[in-house]
Design a protein around this ligand. Structure first.
Ligand SMILES: [Zn+2]
Length: 234
């Protein structure tokens, strides 16, 4: 495990649902946002099935408000919604075209998403289909699509040398020290009231505990978030 100390000039976080990025890498995004990194948060679905039977349009509107509030808390520069239907994400050519367009527009050095190869987390849960579909779509968009002009030539000039940080991974190899930013991560998570209300009392303690545990694994003294760093070729 190595310590990832670089602050990128531009970082693009792409996640499936409105609360995923905060849980996965909220402290890292908040830290980079204070260090003059241009942080873009792109959310693929509206999270419209998160309401457990409530009107999906109303749920989507509420989750958009929560997402924008969480984005403000983290200090991200842009929040972009691709507005696919919750639970129906697929790694299609159309999704990859939209992701490549984002990547070629913002030209990030670092893209963050969830590790699509992480499926079974012990006997606790297994990874959501949307997370797996999106993780593969993002990896496919970074390499080879975004770096080769022949893919989606209308989407702008190619971008290469992108590092991908995969969160929610079973094979972490990089830790970002996030001391002092776990609080912001928790605040951003709390913006997603509708989804996280049932965990509210335990949330602070659980998130701090995980941040300290991640730091221990990364050989860092305080708090951290862990990732699997991958590159689509040099
Ligand atoms: Zn999710």
């Amino acid at each position: 495990m190595h310590t990832y100390t670089k602050t990128p000039h531009t970082a693009l976080a792409i996640f499936a649902h409105p609360d995923d990025a905060e849980i996965a890498c909220g402290a890292t995004l908040a830290k980079w946002a204070t260090q003059e990194c241009h942080v873009i948060l792109a959310v693929a679905t509206q999270g419209d099935k998160g309401g457990d039977g409530d009107d999906p349009n109303r749920v989507a509107e509420e989750r958009t408000r929560e997402l924008l509030e969480a984005g403000r808390v983290l200090g991200v520069n842009d929040v972009i919604q691709l507005a696919y239907l919750d639970g129906e994400l697929a790694n299609t050519v159309e999704l990859r075209r939209r992701l490549v367009t984002l990547i070629r527009s913002f030209r990030p050095e670092v893209v963050l998403t969830g590790d699509p190869t992480a499926i079974f987390f012990g006997d606790l849960y297994y990874n959501h289909r949307d997370h797996r579909q999106l993780g593969w779509a993002v990896l496919d968009a970074v390499f080879p699509a975004a770096r080769q002009r022949a893919y989606f030539p209308e989407a702008g000039d190619p971008v290469d040398q992108i590092e991908v940080l995969l969160s929610a991974t079973l094979e972490p190899n990089a830790g970002v020290a996030t001391d002092g930013f776990t609080e912001k991560k928790i605040q951003a998570m709390q913006a997603h009231r509708a989804q996280l209300a049932r965990y509210e009392h335990a949330l602070d303690q659980a998130v701090f505990e995980r941040a300290r545990q991640a730091a221990r694994l990364a050989g860092l003294p305080g708090e951290a978030e862990l990732f699997r760093l991958v590159r689509g070729g040099a």
